[in-house]
Design a binder for this molecule. Structure first.
Ligand code: PEP
Ligand code: MG
Length: 755
């Protein structure tokens, strides 16, 4: 059964479009279930119906014409109940609905299971038999498993057009794809898909006018591969026996085979560019081999793939050279490297979407620094099918719309206009203090990892750097940076900001932040070796960093030091001991090296409940709400599947924050908040109400937060906080805060505006 499943899922995943995927499903499932009929009904959310989209066994002409309302027929009941229905004679069932065009009366035994993805019923998978004999329990289990496995693939395929797209031929799509916020902002533009060299699966569809030129590209690539392979054979003459070298003969044969040449050229003739034409021909061949029963022959599929990659590699040389990026480029890819991003002329780049990665990926950091909205981890985005399409990137919420419906487009166009107007207006606040109407002042700092951020930080009047993530200088190197290299990087940062303060965090790697030269492989990286745990286990790395920081601070004295991922008191004691040692050694003979203020990050629940003990040991507390939310709610901050559960406005997170502030203040220590919540204009009100002493956030949010703080009194913020703490979920709290901002005429500040 597993083998059958794997084969079906593989084939469906390789399908070029939803129609092809569904046809594969019905053919394969009918065979596997030994049924007379297999059909897929998909949900048309616009029309509130289930549409027969593919069938093997019923009259093929009924595809696209049979529609059932949400509670109509047995299919409707399966969808409504979200559970299987297995009956020996469907015609006897009161819900049964007869469609003469299907020829269905010949197949009374009916088993239907819902296809559910992310709690949404995407359709119903049905098998039927000629005899009045119920499907067995095993059969039912198989169908449920198939439907569960296929749900993801169907959701993926559907994202490029949706059911209404398939049925009505219009490809507008108004449901967003969910990813992770990578960099804030909203952009509307044209998709330009980038793909790694020689990855056939990543080649996008692209229509071309110059068919002769595409054919020439293809034929030149074939000739070049032939030269390569002949050279390989030559090289192998002395090392491989002739029979093994025959493998290469097979390659050469394939290269001149009619099916490879003609099929690809036929595809090019239809207006497809050479790379995609090749991709489809190779996939076709691979399928033939993949489906062979003989394991030896099945393995030949790999050779075909390899050959395809070689041809593609030659075709890709110079492809990008003449490429003209549209003025409103939204860069899209499975993996977008910093260099690919840098290839786009900056004035053309409006947004970035990656199907993998998270907020801490290089490209997200770069997008941040360039002030371009980015969405990461949009795993369901069918990259191969979106090139040149109209795209909306909502970097605030981590949402992507492909070919959006006009209503969605209009709404987002309004947001983009409002944001531009707002940014201009907010600049007036640049030199005003972040102070409530009753005189409570709250310095606002920026989070950064790059010097590039600092120009914008200065332009918006930030009062310093509240979180400098030192891992970035480590990430962009091929080895650990030396003490002197680090000193220079830190010095540049401190000098650029002086006399304002910079809070430098010691190395916080592990979890989702990997160094290419220090790989850590763990089953549960977020619960494993990360942050302080690594640096304490490697004092040689930690001490070098501490010395570099202390030396960089010499004469400037605007550095504070921050310890990440603290989970117990002993870690702080040990870190402080090492810091004192580094200080002592350096001070010897150099008066200018001073002991900086030291803070502890509270970002795990155990540290929350030890705030008092931690506060007594250090000078300040900084709350990392990104990790704190992740650990309190048990929601991986980088997993798009549970992204809707990740909410720092959860009452449990708010209560933890209230407790931290109370405890730290009891011991006379100030509290800073430096997670993303610090940059959320809604949350700012609550943080003021809690008595948080300062906030650190991304550059793009600073003036928004300032404008909220200046519009309210701290007393009112405290009242709102009391209301919020009585609420049971983040949605209610968000509503409460949005209303408060709207009443004050600040509705446009609510990020993204489209909810
Ligand atoms: C946090 O966890 O909130 C934080 C600021 O640190 P990072 O996002 O770098 O883990
Ligand atoms: Mg953290």
């Amino acid at each position: 059964m597993l083998d059958i499943l794997r084969r079906i899922v593989q084939e469906v995943s390789a399908a070029r479009d939803l129609g092809q995927a569904l046809n594969i499903i019905v053919r394969r499932v009918r065979h596997a279930m030994d049924a007379d009929v297999c059909s897929v009904y998909l949900t048309d959310f616009d029309e509130q119906t289930y549409v027969l989209m593919a069938t093997e066994g019923l009259n093929p002409e009924s595809v696209g014409t049979v529609r059932l309302g949400f509670s109509e027929g047995l299919v409707g009941v399966v969808g409504m109940r979200e559970e299987p229905i297995n009956v020996d004679d469907a015609t006897e069932d009161p819900h049964y609905r007869y469609f003469p065009q299907t020829g269905e009366e010949h197949y009374p035994a009916f088993l239907g299971v819902p296809i559910v993805h992310s709690r949404k019923v995407l359709g119903v998978l049905v098998v039927q038999r000629r005899t009045t004999q119920k499907f067995t329990e095993n059969g039912e289990a198989l169908l449920v498993t198939v439907a569960a496995q296929l749900a993801g693939a169907i959701a993926h395929a559907e994202a490029s057009g949706g059911v209404s797209g398939l049925v009505n031929g219009n490809l507008h799509y108004s449901t967003p794809l969910v990813g992770l916020p990578g960099a804030p902002g909203v952009a509307i533009g044209t998709a330009v898909v980038v793909y790694p060299p020689a990855d056939l699966d990543a080649v996008p569809d692209r229509q071309v006018d110059d068919i002769a030129a595409e054919e020439a590209v293809f034929l030149a690539a074939i000739a070049a591969v032939r030269v390569d392979i002949n050279a390989l054979v030559q090289r192998m003459t002395n090392v491989l026996p002739a029979e093994d070298r025959a493998l290469f003969d097979a390659y050469l044969l394939m290269l001149s085979s009619d099916s490879l040449l003609n099929n690809t050229r036929q595809r090019i003739q239809t207006g497809q560019w050479a790379s995609a034409a090749l991709r489809d021909t190779i996939h076709e061949h691979v399928h033939v081999f993949d489906n062979m029963e003989d394991p030896y022959l099945r393995e030949r599929a790999e050779d075909v793939r390899d050959l395809g990659r070689r041809i593609l590699m030659h075709m890709q040389r110079g492809i990008r050279g003449g490429f003209k990026y549209p003025d409103d480029t939204i860069l899209i890819g499975d993996v977008i490297t910093a260099s690919v991003l840098a290839e786009v002329p900056p004035e053309c780049l409006k947004g970035v979407v990656s199907t993998r990665g998270s907020t801490t990926s290089h490209v997200a950091i770069l997008a941040h620094a360039l002030n371009i909205p980015a969405v990461m981890g949009a795993a369901d985005l069918p990259v191969g099918q979106v090139d040149s399409k109209n795209i909306i990137v909502d970097g605030y919420r981590g949402r992507v719309f492909v070919s959006p419906a006009k209503s969605v487009l209009d709404e987002y166009a309004r947001v983009v206009r409002e944001q531009a107007a707002l940014s201009a207006e907010l600049l007036n606040l640049r030199d005003l203090p972040a102070e409530t109407t009753d005189g409570v002042r709250l310095p606002l700092y920026v989070n950064t990892g790059l010097l590039a951020d600092l120009t914008s930080a200065r332009n918006i009047g930030a009062e310093g750097v509240g979180l400098y993530r030192t891992e970035f200088p480590f990430m962009i190197r091929e080895r650990f940076p030396s003490e002197e290299e680090q000193r220079q990087v830190y010095r540049n940062m401190l000098e650029a900001v002086a006399p304002k303060p910079v809070t430098m965090r010691t190395l916080d790697i592990g979890g989702d932040k990997a160094l290419p030269y220090f790989p850590i492989k763990e089953d549960n990286p977020f619960l494993g070796w990360r942050g302080m745990r690594i640096t304490l286990d490697h004092p040689e790395i930690f001490l070098v960093q501490l010395r570099a920081m202390l030396r960089a601070n010499s004469g400037l004295n605007n550095m504070k030091l921050l310890l990440p991922m603290i989970t117990n008191v002993a870690e702080v004691d040990e870190a402080l001991r090492l810091l004192r040692r580094a200080h002592h050694e350096l001070m010897d003979g150099d008066e200018s090296i001073v002991m900086p203020e030291v803070g502890v990050m509270i970002e795990v629940p155990s540290a929350v409940y030890q705030t008092a003990l931690l506060a007594q040991r250090v000078d300040f507390i900084s709350v990392g709400t990104n990790d704190l939310t992740q650990y309190l709610l048990a929601v991986d901050r980088n997993n798009p599947r549970v992204a809707n559960l990740f909410d720092a406005l959860h009452p449990a997170v708010l209560r933890a924050l209230v407790y931290i502030v109370e405890q730290a203040h009891l011991h006379g220590k100030p509290v800073s908040v430096c997670g993303e919540i610090g940059g959320d204009p809604l949350a700012a009100l609550l943080l003021v109400g809690m008595g948080v002493d300062n906030l650190s956030m991304n550059v793009a949010s600073l003036l928004r937060v300032k404008s909220v703080i200046r519009a309210f009194s701290a007393e009112y913020a405290r009242e709102l906080l009391q209301h919020a703490l009585d609420m049971e979920n983040p949605q209610m709290i968000r509503r409460l805060l949005t209303d408060a901002l709207q009443r004050q005429g600040l509705g446009a500040l609510v990020q993204s505006g489209v909810r």
